[in-house]
Design a binder for this molecule. Structure first.
Ligand SMILES: Cc1ncc(COP(=O)(O)O)c(C=O)c1O
Length: 367
């Protein structure tokens, strides 16, 4: 067979996970796994939520509507857009990754502009879709960039993966609005934001007024359900939505009905909203304590947070992957998240700080 090789590579972070598992098995010592990208303070407690779901129903058992359950889209409108968006501008997708991939296909672009430190999947997905990529250092540089945005879409990820920094919202909005006014497509892919913001957050409603902005939002991080593979894409561009709808149909033939029903209950029912609130409160509290602890110990690499705040769920520490591994803590070298100055970046490590504070202290107090 002849194979079309995309040039994309399998995630190197998966390799780190496998290495840590092996080290743990060989030594019989448990490692603190901060190499992963999931909230691990607690699981969301779904006990009361699943009782509300009727498994013997068409909703679960039969093909779902192509762009998603109308009631889920309406609940998303209420929970993310202050009830002011149009549900027909929302398309349910198979995870943020699925939503991004379809977005990359639908936009008529040749290049993606990524943050200087970026989630590696952006580059690999763009390789599969034959897109080039380039980087920008910060929001100011994006605003001051001469008009070299031809055939380019810009990705905004805030709080960022891997740095875990968050720019002030007014700066994010000023930048996105400037790009939007120049006609540049902006993909707002910020799945860590809603870990920290509630349903009264006005951000998505403001972004929804911009013609060239596409929001890709996942339920993997904000409600801790990465296993459900559910996300949504919002755009006010009718042509974009029409083509997206066609591509969703032939890629997925609708998105998993159970996942949609579960997330609907989380967003709309009192039991679901309580489960989300409890999950977020515990998660955000422990993330905050862990970041404060790293600052106190002098481990936070503060140069990455000069014009933005360390918010999480990731942070960068001024310790190498090897030093941390020697102390039974697994992280990912920052060099995995950039294409420039890799040698310098290898002196730093990305840690996921969304783990129970006491466990975190138990390991880091030995450093
Ligand atoms: C920046 C960013 N965007 C999108 C995603 C996609 O997440 P999912 O496909 O689980 O929705 C991730 C996952 O790690 C991410 O870090």
């Amino acid at each position: 067979m002849k194979i079309q090789h995309s040039g994309a590579r399998y995630s190197a972070i998966v390799g780190i996970g496998e290495k840590v598992k092996k080290l743990g098995e060989e030594s019989g010592i448990e490692y603190l796994a901060l190499n992963r990208g999931v909230n691990a303070v607690v699981h969301i407690d779904l006990t009361e939520v699943v009782k509300r779901i009727d498994f013997n129903s068409d909703i679960i058992q039969v093909y779902p509507p192509n762009s998603g359950f109308p009631k889920l889209k309406s609940a998303i409108n209420d929970a993310y857009f202050l009830g002011k968006a149009s549900p027909e501008n929302i398309t349910i997708a198979a995870g943020g990754m699925g939503g991004l991939d379809l977005t990359f296909q639908v936009l008529d672009i040749k290049k993606l502009l990524l943050p200087e430190y970026y989630w590696g999947a952006y580059a690999n997905m763009s390789a599969i879709r034959d897109l080039q990529n380039d980087t920008y250092t910060d929001l100011v540089s994006l605003r001051n960039r001469p008009n070299d945005f031809t055939n380019t879409a810009v990705i905004i990820c805030d709080p960022n993966n891997p740095i875990g920094n968050k720019y002030p919202d007014n700066e994010v909005l000023e930048t996105v609005s400037e790009l939007n006014n120049k006609g540049v497509p902006v993909i707002f892919d910020s799945p860590y934001r809603r870990v920290f913001y509630d349903r009264d957050d006005p951000m998505f409603d403001i972004l929804a007024s911009m013609d060239n902005v596409i929001i890709v939002e996942s339920f993997s991080k904000s409600v801790g359900l990465s296993g459900q593979r559910l996300a949504f894409v919002h755009s006010v561009d009718k042509d974009f939505n029409r083509e997206l709808g066609i591509r969703v149909l032939y890629a997925n033939n609708g998105i998993n009905g159970f996942a949609q029903e579960l997330v609907y209950e989380l967003l709309a029912s009192p039991e679901g909203r309580k489960a989300v609130d409890d999950f977020r409160l515990k998660t955000v509290t422990n993330i905050g304590l862990n970041i404060q602890y790293l600052i106190k110990k002098g481990f936070l690499a503060t140069q990455f947070y000069r014009d933005s705040d360390p918010v999480g769920i990731f942070v960068i520490v001024n310790l190498t992957e090897k030093y941390l591994l020697d102390h039974y803590i697994a992280g990912v070298p920052l060099s995995y998240f950039t294409r420039d100055r890799k040698e310098e970046a290898a002196k730093y490590t990305r840690l996921c700080v969304s783990v129970p504070h006491q466990e975190f202290v138990d390991f880091f107090s030995k450093l």
